[in-house]
Design a protein around this ligand. Structure first.
Ligand code: P5A
Length: 452
């Protein structure tokens, strides 16, 4: 992409209500624009990141055996009356009346709608287990939308729903979700800690939230630092194996980790050695629930079991804050010059900066490099604008692409082009005919790019 043809509506003046780094950086980098309180348009650069996150979520869900579908944003209110949540959900739910005087809601979550799909079509235990999910916009009329996309009113969520014949099968679904979520966050460069949680308006008896540590997080968290040593790096998972999934979950939940809602100071002190006790803040990037027959019983979602008896299905629901993750990743990865994208979610892998616009030699070198990278499948943003070099560097640092290639007249004369690592600042110089290959080697080392 050539910057001269791209649309990055950067902001110089940051609105005073943007209090945290991720909100300020997303506005400054032209990733989002507020349409109304807690409601945002996603500009091209922001959308690229959002879509990268969506893709990772899809890949990990499909790997776990979960099936994508797409439900609408608007739902008939009648389903919510059946479950009993129409009144319970309160003022956070946006209620709409259509021209025929029919009541609709803009979905804050989809337990009712998915249960309605299920009960219409599935009647036997032979069709189970079944887990369906989608990535769709939600609306919650939050009393205090804030921190940009972190606590929006309209926000993108991945929400999945499992249907199982009995509790042990539903717990396996719960465990599969926990493992797939931990892998998902890890692929985005985040360490998310599962913490025992309250269930709130979703309900049920068993729930974990996934928290990313950040000073600006809205939740207070208490945990054993030993959990920070756990990782799925380089480990495969057999999602069909109940034992294996349960083992992973035991490993991740055996250390004390709670939010202030479930924190118990006595247990914390008793279970965790003083040197490993941590108290900090975190951002909730997901939550999983097992709620047994809370929706299936009132809504009549039952199947025949192996003995031919009709049993209400056991369900759970599982959510990832897809749009919130964009903010959470920035909170976890930025410096005083701008965003530092983990390569897996970066909007482009590399930026090319011509330090001397109008110079035929540097322009020709940049054009050649841009074409070579773009045709070999590297996502590259070429700053071909006639700006000063300093302004171009500042933009590249602000938008945080993992690699910057700097082409200047002095370097070219001595046969050198610079490759700069955004994260470490390390700068290396290579001959013009080697630079594309060197970049591709680094991208394939981080598991990315079409390195051929
Ligand atoms: C699980 C999926 C649910 O709604 N029903 C379907 C269950 N869970 S939840 O915890 O309420 O939400 C799931 C995740 O969505 C993100 N989230 C938000 N993101 C941005 N702005 C908001 N206002 C907002 N509310 C929830 C969180 O990451 C949450 O974990």
């Amino acid at each position: 992409m050539r910057m001269s043809r791209y649309f990055i509506p950067t902001l110089k003046e940051i609105p005073s209500d943007a209090q945290i780094a991720s909100h300020q950086l997303m506005l400054r980098a032209g990733m989002i624009k507020q349409a109304a309180s807690g409601i945002y348009s996603w500009m091209p650069l922001g959308l690229r990141v959002l879509q990268k996150i969506e893709r990772i979520v899809h890949e990990e869900q499909i790997r776990a055996g979960h099936l994508p579908l797409l439900m609408p944003t608007l739902q008939p209110a009648g389903l919510w009356r059946e479950s009993g949540r129409y009144d319970d959900y309160g003022e956070e739910m946006l209620r709409i009346t259509d021209r025929h005087n029919r009541d609709l809601v803009y979905g804050p979550t989809n337990e009712e709608l998915i249960t309605d799909i299920f009960r219409g079509h599935v009647h036997s235990y032979r069709d189970l287990p079944l887990t369906l999910y989608h990535i769709q916009w939600k609306f919650r009329d939050e009393i205090r939308p804030r921190y940009g996309v972190m606590r929006g009113r309209e926000f993108l969520m991945k929400d999945g729903y499992n249907f199982d014949v009995d509790k042990p099968s539903a717990i396996h679904s719960y465990n599969r979700h926990m493992v797939s979520y931990l892998r998902t966050y890890q692929r985005m460069g985040l360490q998310a800690i599962p913490m025992r949680a309250d269930t709130g308006p979703i309900g049920g008896s068993y729930s974990h939230e996934f928290l990313v540590l950040a000073d600006t997080g809205e939740s207070e968290v208490y945990f054993d630092s030993a959990i920070l040593d756990l990782s799925f790096e380089g480990r495969g998972v057999d999602y069909d194996s109940r034992e294996e999934c349960a083992r992973h979950v035991d490993e991740w939940t055996s250390h004390y980790a709670r939010t202030d809602e479930t924190h118990d100071p006595e247990t914390f002190e008793h279970e965790v050695p003083a040197s490993q006790r941590r108290h900090s803040r975190g951002i909730e990037v997901g939550q999983i629930f097992y709620f047994a027959t809370k929706y299936s019983a009132p809504m009549g979602a039952a199947v025949a079991n192996a003995k031919g008896e009709r049993v209400d299905v056991h369900m759970g629901s599982h959510g990832i804050g897809v749009s919130r993750l964009v903010g959470a990743i920035i909170e976890a990865s930025h410096d005083d010059r701008g965003i530092v994208w983990p390569p897996s979610v970066a909007p482009f892998q590399a930026g090319i900066v011509n330090t001397a616009s109008g110079n035929p030699m540097t322009e020709a070198a940049c054009d050649r490099l841009y074409r070579e990278l773009a045709t070999s499948g590297v996502e590259v943003l070429y700053d071909d604008r006639s700006e000063r070099a300093g302004a171009k560097f500042a933009t590249m640092e602000l938008i945080g692409l993992p690699w910057r290639i700097t082409v200047g007249p002095r370097g070219l004369k001595s046969g050198q082009i610079e490759l700069v690592d955004r994260k470490s600042g390390l700068t290396e110089s290579f001959a013009p005919d080697r630079i594309a290959g060197e970049l591709r080697d680094r991208l394939s080392a981080s598991g990315l790019a079409n390195a051929s």
